[in-house]
Structures are given as structure tokens and as C-alpha cells.
Design a protein around this ligand. Structure first.
Ligand code: GSH
Length: 279
């Protein structure tokens, strides 16, 4: 692992790091905030998955998570949203919703994406191993949150592995990629046309198929331009109600899809995570 930068901030260290990933076959960059802590102490870890077009940098610069993480004693990890670099295929048309910056947290099975687009395994196996080895992280206390495509990532990783993640929350998530244009484009491109394979990457389908977590927290702005066409939180509400899956869905009046929205509720989400992480 290489250190790209470190900065002192809010009584802790904000770092950016890179490493050669065995899953993607590329150099991957991520950020980690570590609050000051006692020698030998290990802190719980909150994972934050970002949305379309993002790198680690968007939330790191605009997410306003550090003060709360320092107060609550939480490590905050922000990975990239896709493999990048020489030889990594992109969609060829410069579209923002497929290819670079749009890995959708899947392991692609269709060529030419299958080689490098392995964000699921990267986040389920490789990066946690690295975080556990290199940082003062208590890997028995992890939680996950995300925004938009990253909200989809957080919900699906969280629902698939409730043993690992003690809390799952999202800002303006894509709740059902099977049922929105962004998701249909991504899942058909990365996985092919067999929709049965898509269900492991769809929060509503996972809940329909029996996945459960103790509770879910979702904030959604009412002025989000993607609300009706892509995000459709009512599908998550319906799936949760039908399955008896607890959900707190908060519609935030006048908030849009941006980091002005995310940063407004970030401390709230972190406090909710901290309670569940015994932080
Ligand atoms: N209108 C945007 C759509 C993508 C978008 O809104 N991305 C969200 C996540 S889905 C984001 O966080 N963008 C980066 C930022 O606001 O810093 C674009 O074309 O770039």
C-alpha cells in the first residue's frame, strides 16, 4: 500500500492510499479517516460507497463526516467506484452511467468487463483484508452506507452479509436496479440478460428472496431530479412492508441529489451507525 497524502483534520488523520488490486488487476485508490485513539485501541469501521461519476474524493472533500467520526471514534473508508487506468475498458461513448466511475458494485461476468470490473469481490474480500492489516480497525465492528449507486451498493452488500455489517444506511439509493434505466443498463451490460442473476444485486429482490437486516435507514430528498425516474424509494418501502423488514425512510423536503444533501444528514447517519457498532 502506498500513501498518496495525509492531512491532520478534526483531531484525526485523513489519508488517501493506493494499492495494486488482485481483484481488478489495477491500481486502486481509497481514502481512510482515522480519529486519534489510545495506543493499541481498535476502532469500528464505517464503509461509504459513492455514486456515479465519483472517486473516493467526492465524499472525502464534500461529505463533512470527519467531525462526527472523530467525536464517535469511527474509522471512515471511502473506496473508488470502479477500476481505472490503462487497459480498463470504458463504454466508448463517454456515458457517465456505465464503465469508469460506474462499477455498480458487481462482479461482471460479460467480456470485456469481466476481467477488471470486480467491485463486489474487491469490497467483500480484498479491501477489508487490507484495512484490517494496515489500520487500527476492529473488523468485528463494521457498518456500511452509501449514496445513489453507492446506496445500492451499501444496501446489497449489507443485505447479503448481515454478519459483517451491523448497520446499513443510504442517501438517495437506487433501491431496485432491475426497475430503473441506470440499473437495467448496468446489470445487462455487466451480467448479461439472465435476470435471475441480477437479483443478488437488487435490494428489493434480496428482501423479497428472504434477506434481512435488523433495520435500515434511508434519507431521500424530495427535490432530487432522479427520484421518480431512477431511485423509486417507494419500491423499497413496499418490499420492506411485505417482508416485515424494518425500514426508516425519511423524505427530506427540498433537498436534491448533491453533497449539500448528503452532508446535511451525514452526522445523523454516523450517530445511528455508532449506536449499532457500540462505538
Ligand atoms: N448529473 C450528473 C449525474 C451523476 C451524479 O449526480 N452523480 C452523483 C452520484 S449519482 C454524484 O455524487 N456526483 C458527484 C458529486 O456531486 O460530487 C452527471 O452527469 O455528472
Amino acid at each position: 500500500m502506498q500513501t498518496v497524502s495525509t492531512n491532520r483534520s478534526h483531531g484525526g488523520t485523513q489519508g488517501v492510499y493506493s494499492h495494486a488490486s488482485r481483484e481488478t488487476g489495477t491500481e486502486m485508490t481509497f481514502s481512510v479517516f482515522v480519529p486519534d485513539h489510545a495506543p493499541g485501541e481498535k476502532l469500528p469501521v464505517v464503509w461509504y460507497l459513492s455514486g456515479l461519476t465519483c472517486t473516493h474524493a467526492n465524499v472525502t472533500e464534500k461529505g463533512e463526516f470527519r467531525e462526527a467520526c472523530a467525536d464517535l471514534g469511527l474509522i471512515f473508508v471511502a473506496p473508488d467506484t470502479s477500476p481505472r487506468g490503462e487497459g480498463v475498458p470504458d463504454d466508448g461513448e463517454g456515458a457517465y452511467d456505465f464503465g469508469l466511475g460506474a462499477g455498480f458494485y458487481v462482479d461482471a461476468t460479460v467480456d470485456p468487463w469481466a476481467r477488471a470490473y470486480r467491485m463486489r469481490s474487491y469490497l467483500e474480500r480484498e479491501l477489508p483484508e487490507l484495512i484490517g492489516a494496515e489500520f487500527p480497525a476492529d473488523m468485528t465492528r463494521q457498518s456500511i452506507m452509501g449514496h445513489s449507486m453507492g446506496g445500492h451498493g451499501a444496501l446489497t452488500l449489507g443485505l447479503r452479509d448481515p454478519e459483517r455489517f451491523r448497520a446499513v444506511s443510504a442517501f438517495a439509493p437506487i433501491v431496485s436496479p432491475i426497475n430503473c434505466p441506470w440499473g437495467v443498463k448496468a446489470l445487462s451490460g455487466y451480467l448479461g440478460e439472465d435476470r435471475v442473476l441480477w437479483r443478488q444485486y437488487d435490494a428489493c429482490a434480496l428482501i423479497e428472496d428472504g434477506a434481512r437486516v435488523p433495520d435500515l435507514l434511508v434519507d431521500q430528498g424530495t427535490a432530487d431530479t432522479f427520484l421518480d425516474g431512477q431511485l423509486k424509494p417507494e419500491l423499497l418501502r413496499a418490499a420492506c412492508e411485505k417482508a416485515g423488514q424494518p425500514l426508516t425512510l425519511r423524505l427530506q423536503e427540498g433537498y436534491d441529489h448533491s453533497y449539500y444533501f448528503i452532508s446535511s444528514f451525514m452526522a445523523d447517519h454516523l450517530a445511528w451507525h455508532a449506536e449499532r457498532l457500540d462505538a
